[in-house]
Each structure stands twice: as C-alpha cells, then as structure tokens.
Design a protein around this ligand. Sequence first.
Ligand code: NAP
Ligand code: MG
Length: 398
Amino acid sequence: MKIPMKQALVEIDGDEMTRVLWELVKSELITPFVELKTEYYDLSLRNRDATDDTVTKESAYAIKRLGVGVKCATITSNAARKIEYNLKTLYPSPNATIRAILDGTVFRKPISVPSIKPSISSWKAPIIIGRHAYGDVYKNAEMIIPEAGTVELVYTDSAGNEKRTLIAQMPGAGVVQGMYNLDESIKNFARSCFLYALQEKISLWFATKDTISKTYDGRFKELFNQIYETEFKERCQKAGITYFYTLIDDAVARVVKGEGGFLWACKNYDGDVMSDMIASASGSLAMMTSVLVSPCGVFEYEAAHGTVQQHYYRWQKGEKTSTNPVALIFAWTGALTERARLDNLPDLSAFARKVEKATIQTIEEGNMTGDLARLASTAPARILDSWEFIAAVAQKLS
Ligand code: NAP
Ligand code: MG
C-alpha cells in the first residue's frame, strides 16, 4: 500500500538536465511509494514564453495558497537563450519573480556525507547560508547612459513632494543602476534568521559593507540589531547563541579560517555568490539543500544549482551523464516533510527520512556520481551515471 497524502503540494517543473532528472527522481523514488498529490506548474522556458510568464506568478500564488512547493531549476533567459529558444522577449529570473511574491529568506545547508571532506580542512560543521530573498540588485532598474549628463535619485512622496540626491555628474557615456529594499522585508529577514538559528541552536553571523554603503547597508545593520535587541536577545542568551555582526570582507576571511557550524545571514547578492562558494568548498553544488522560508509561513524547496546545461547537451546526443541528483532528491524530501508536518502525516515524514538516508548510504558505500568521486576519501569509488545512481537508491528503499 502506498503512503497517502491529504493536501497537494505545488510542483514546479523546470529546464534542461534538471528537468530530465526531475521525472526520474519522481518515478523511481517517490511515486512507487507515495500516493503523490501535486498541483503542477510547467516553468520550462518554452511554457513561460507561451504564457508571457504568467505561469511563474501563478506558481508562486499557488505556494501561498497550499503552503508548500518544490521547484526544479529553471533557465534565466538572456540574449543567447532568446536566440536558442526563439523567445518573444527576455523574462526576469523565475526565482526572483517567485521570491518577490513570497518575500522571505533562503536557507542553504550543505548535505554532509562522512566520506566527502570539505576542501577547507578547518571546517568541522556545516556553514548554513541565510540569503535575503527580496530586492536589491534583483529588483533593480538599470539604464545605459549614452553621453555626458546628470544622474539623480528622485523620490516622490504621496503628497507629491520630491527628494533628490545627485548620483553623478557623468562626464561621458556609462551605466547607472537603482535598487531598493523595504524595512519590513529586512526585519522579516532578520526574524527568519534568528528563528532558524534558535531552532538549530547555532550562532548567527551577519555582514554587510556598511563602511562604504553607510545608508543602504547601514539600514540593514541597524534593523538587524533592532530586531535582535527587541525580540531575540533574551532567547538567544538563554539558548547560548551569539549574534555577531561584522563587515562582509572580514566575514569572508573568518569563514575560511573558522570551524563552521553557524548560520551566515547574507544580503541577496552576497548570499547568491557565497552559497555557491560554500557549496563547492563543502563538496559539490549538488550537495546543498535550499529552502525559501516566507514570512507568511510557506515554504519552497529547490536545488541550489542550475539546470546543468552542458550535461543536457550531452544527454541530447544520447550520453548517459553522471549528473548528481542529490539536491533534487532532497528538495522533494524537504517538501514532503513539510507537507507531512502541516497535514500531520507521520508515515510520509518517516518515508522522506528514509529516502534521505538511502541516498547518503548509497554514497557512503562508494556508489556516487562523478562530481563526488573526485572528492571521496573512500577509494575506490564507483562512478555511476544518474540513472544507475537513482536505481541504487531505489533498490535500497524497496
Ligand atoms: P549550473 O547549472 O549550476 O552548472 C554549473 C556547473 O556546475 C556544471 O557545468 C557542472 O560542472 C556543475 N554542476 C552543477 N550542478 C551539478 C549537478 N547536479 N551534478 C554535477 N555537476 C553539477 O550553472 P550554470 O551552468 O551557470 O547555469 C545553467 C542554467 O541554469 C542557466 O540558464 C541559469 O540561468 C540557470 N540557473 C538556474 C538556477 C535555479 O533555477 N535555481 C540557479 C542557477 C542557474 P561540470 O560541467 O564541471 O560537470
Ligand atoms: Mg547563484
């Protein structure tokens, strides 16, 4: 008998190699065991183009409604993709669109496997990235400046009063960018991070470049501190957790020299870049879980990596690639666990743990994809293609 579900979760399909693996993970590891209920959204670039990107927004609202979503990696369109897919126009990154609707913080945690040692030998415990998922450069306005001229920031309040700041008296052609964030979003970012740190009983680091960006980054620092002082200080002290603020460059230096084992809260762009650094140094981009925690209490699980484009082109030519599906598997188990928690389904939650355990054990026994074989301390590792790896996990499960 398959494990029943009560409510559906939102399933967001994507592109290229991850789309190929998505189907495989579902058909081999989930649907043989679970009476899977999903509300399906196809966010492949072709379908986003066909729907003028409305499908992306609909998927985000569906997550708001149903409480849990799981998302495959998707192509962010650019000039090359516009030609490749004959697109009507360029669309914003689907992740940015979804995050703008859900707000919230993305937590990225390396998936530890004892035989895969991080490339930074001082790290004894995982470093978790808490990435603010709203605004900044992901919600910017940019302009090409064709020739010399004046560039200003202008704010108009509801009564029509203007406030202006000179950005530059530009002596020639160039580029300009404007971006923003909201106090409420920054405060929610801080709250999510303190809650996550308390739940995991780990300390919280936050870093910005407030020496240079005194007003913008200064606001982040000030609001974080305010939330700590007014809402979390006592609870953190009781739990023996510290809140530590420093400059972003100092944080990077300390992270590399430290032992790990803390939550590192990062602004949107810093989190984008640093989570790939942490993932790679911890093993592989494919060994990282990623969950968006929205202040309205909904969760979106995904893999932290992209669509693995080059592997896809090889797969199209008939090659069975050794693409690592672990982050996709953990996106599914994360979403099933949250659905199980919301709907009070202990069997479903136990099943998700089993899939995770079977995945880790398969790697520990020396059966892994090529990206991990390069790092494994247990020689000889057997390099499997994605199909063989998923079959090995499935065999353990049944
Ligand atoms: P990527 O897909 O993450 O791949 C970069 C490289 O990392 C790959 O070439 C591969 O290295 C390695 N890699 C990543 N995931 C792997 C896996 N599961 N197993 C084995 N190796 C893996 O990033 P990209 O090539 O920069 O971007 C490709 C597309 O993904 C772009 O169109 C981009 O817009 C999109 N993207 C989407 C998301 C998202 O939806 N969350 C995030 C980032 C990028 P080797 O070639 O050395 O094997
Ligand atoms: Mg990135």
